[in-house]
Ligand binder design. Sequence first.
Ligand code: NAP
Ligand code: MG
Length: 454
Amino acid sequence: MTTFEVINPATEEVVRSVGLTSAEETDAAIARAHAAYPAWRAVAPGDRARLLRRFADAVDADIENLAKLEVANAGHTIGNARWEAGNVRDVLTYYSASPERLSGKQIPVPGGVNMTFHEPLGVVGVIVPWNFPMPIAGWGFAPALAAGNTVVLKPAELTPLTAIRLGELAREAGIPEDVFQVLPGKGSVVGQRFVDHPAVRKVVFTGSTEVGKQIMAGCAAQVKRVTLELGGKNANIVFADADLEKAAATAPYGVFDNAGQDCCARSLILVQASVYEKFMELLEPAVNGVVVGDPRLEMTEMGPLISAGHHAKVSSYVDDSAPVAFRGSAPLGPGYWFPPTVVTPPDLRHPLASDEIFGPVVAVVPFEEEADAVTMANHTEYGLSGSIWTRDVGRAFRVARGVEAGNLSVNSHSSVRYWTPFGGFKQSGLGRELGPDALDAFTETKNVFISTEE
Ligand code: NAP
Ligand code: MG
């Protein structure tokens, strides 16, 4: 079996070696998931709910262990990693309430009774990126299992450790082995089999827009269902009437959290020209205040980038000619460290203002009028998230309705709550995860008419 060495991005030390699943092993796992499906969908709703709650309890009891695994594997700060493990628990608990509530409709028709059913799909393949290994896995597998599907899950090659542990916890909780299988391995091997294998009826993919397009094209061959959560270049719009102190104090955390490796990172700050100078004066100390360092320490706010390769990619955006306004600090020595960096590109065509850099780099660009801010926020092919800072309620609503993005926050940078829908406009994705309607993405509607005529 070929293996992959998992590297701690804060130290560059090997954490563990993980076996890579081959194409043949993937096919065998899919076949087992397919065989396990009839029994799993037949489990009584209350029993399936209980199994998911037990799974949530097992995750809850293992939060510290899961968090430490993520700190070592992905360099996430310990505080973030605990939140991420807790999010898996919460998502499982939330969807554990749905098996008994998966009701269809009775629709009035002449000559009989008409009913709809929400049928599970079969085997669902979940493909996860390296930036949020735990939450993104849970957003796929929890509603998929709740709806009665079986799941094969592929973590990113770089970050398999917490997914492997979640698979163990599911088995400890009593979820049958073939109902939820974790298959560490390469996207081009395991992920590709999810796309190509006819027994996989749906692919849930989170990752780059480039790979997402290939997945969608591949799934088209079988009209396979697909949910895509892709990249983002998200605007943080600061109006002159905003609480500028608060907007500037929170802006670094809206983009530098998880070292900027967040599809929702507000990596483009649009500031109304009349307060641009003042905002930059307030932003500099806020950026300098971001505590970058050993992710195991409670006080740390930002860890390293995920890998040497990703560090090289982020660095390529900030060469000697880059319009750097100011930078925070980062440790020297081993680890893929990159300091929080603020740049001022001349316009939105500049790659710093238009590319998803996926690192701790934020571009600040001024705008004149409200309409300009909306146009500028929409200049990108992406449409995932964004923030609006203003004290004017009417403006907050106008701009929130005007920005073409799936997740907007006013006077806040939050994008994700497990009980509200999450997903992208335009090339940021297709479909929605989380929230009350997520089960629709893991079921087909079946209509049945029963004649009552003699
Ligand atoms: P990626 O390169 O697209 O990889 C994502 C996943 O797809 C990995 O598990 C990868 O496996 C797998 N994969 C790669 N090629 C594949 C193929 N041909 N067929 C099937 N699977 C394949 O993305 P990444 O670099 O890991 O993650 C960063 C990106 O994810 C960013 O663009 C970010 O915006 C996006 N993201 C979006 C959201 C959202 O909810 N919208 C959330 C988080 C991240 P390997 O790891 O083995 O290559
Ligand atoms: Mg990749």
